[in-house]
Write a protein that binds this ligand. Structure first.
Ligand code: SAM
Length: 359
């Protein structure tokens, strides 16, 4: 396991092309102009996912009128919308005017396929897109711009509706899947018998770890509303005998006992003091020799390369009162302050990395 700062693998297929090639996205005036309207391309794809374009076409090509009718599109919008998707490389159109999914879109944007990433995109389309419209205000005020703007709490707002809650949980799994597969591969799980995932959502992390390491038993801990989705997901993987759910509010309830405690996309929700408090609690709860794993879109230490992590941190500005993403160096500092030793950072997949530390 590397002890250097996180090195992003050059060959990682989950990294965006510009990043893999170690270049910024802007090197010409045309690039500036393109980025200024990138929100249009982004929303066109997000609406296509929301409308189920790729799911409709997964069953075979359709002509423009068939597709328009099935999707319930207005006559005025359909051709431009579908052809814009062709120009983006998300759809193909043959000489007879029939539309089909592009290869990558078919793999990750068809709801019926196991590789579906659209759960995240549905959430981006129906929630985050409008909230990001208030980014300038967030930058000026430091205040969240989601449901909290009108006095609500985003988790309560999402969790009050079981359909939104399941969609949120699926989105979390889709975002994490490649990184947690790498976590299952790269962490020395053979040294441990039990793992507890704090803020587990659907259980994708525990699922991948348990599938790869049959000797492990795990508990997922999260707010009580999350239980049904967790249990359904874990049963679907055939792991209900080894993975169980424990309702927990980590600001009120005692931390669970396990050899390894995991925080995946948890610390970035909270301000620095709360991050430290959670790590201290984890340190207290672990046995001697136990490990903590922090999984996040770790920003590179020089804060120059990981655009995803930096924009994810702005997303925390939009979504939370005090949350922010951080570098491996920041994480090391907090882990050391909380009492951990042998702190290591390692790249997982795409923009995601992990910090591992021991008691
Ligand atoms: C950003 S999601 C991360 C989910 C998952 N770990 C992953 O990486 O996909 C944050 C999770 O923290 C949970 N959470 C928020 N506040 C919590 C609290 N006070 N106690 C326990 N869990 C909480 C949420 O329910 C949600 O599942």
């Amino acid at each position: 396991m590397s002890t250097e700062s996180v090195d992003l693998g050059r060959d990682d297929p989950y990294l965006p092309t510009a990043w893999r090639e170690r270049r910024t996205r802007i090197s010409s005036v045309a690039d500036v102009v393109e980025l200024s309207s990138a929100f249009r391309a982004s929303k066109t794809m997000l609406s296509a996912v929301e409308l189920g374009v790729f799911t409709e076409l997964a069953n075979g090509p359709l002509d423009g009128e068939q597709l328009r009718t099935r999707l319930g599109l207005h006559e005025r919008s359909a051709a431009d919308f579908l052809d814009a998707l062709v120009s983006l490389g998300l759809l193909d159109r043959d000489d007879e005017g029939r539309y089909a999914n592009g290869a990558v879109a078919d793999q990750v944007l068809d709801r019926a396929k196991p590789g579906y990433l659209g759960g995240v995109m549905e959430m981006r389309s129906t929630r985050l897109y409008q909230f990001w419209g208030n980014l300038t205000e967030a930058l000026r005020t430091g205040q969240p711009q989601n449901e909290a703007r009108t006095g609500g709490d985003p988790f309560s707002a999402i969790y009050a509706d079981p359909v939104r809650l399941r969609a949120f949980q699926r989105a979390m799994s889709a975002l994490s899947l490649e990184a947690v597969r790498e976590l299952a591969r790269k962490f020395p799980w053979e040294r441990y018998r039990t793992v507890a995932d704090l803020g587990c959502s659907e259980g994708a992390l525990l699922g991948q770890v348990a599938l790869r390491h049959p000797h492990l038993r795990g508990t997922g801990h999260d707010l009580p509303a999350v239980r049904a989705g967790f249990e359904e997901y874990v049963a679907g993987l055939g792991l209900s005998d080894r993975l169980t759910f424990g309702p927990m509010d980590f600001f009120i309830d005692a931390f669970p006992t396990a050899d390894v405690l995991v925080f995946a996309h948890i610390l970035h929700d909270w301000d620095a003091e709360t991050k430290l408090t959670l790590l201290r609690e984890a340190h207290d709860a672990l046995p001697k020799g136990g490990a903590v794993v922090v999984l996040e879109a770790l920003i590179d230490d020089e804060r120059r390369v990981n655009t995803f992590g930096l924009l994810q941190s702005l997303n925390m500005l939009i979504e939370t009162p005090g949350g922010f993403d951080f570098t491996a160096a920041d994480g090391r500092t907090w882990l050391a302050e909380a009492g951990f030793r042998d702190i290591r950072a390692e790249h997982l997949a795409g923009p995601e990395g992990m910090l591992v530390a021991f008691k």
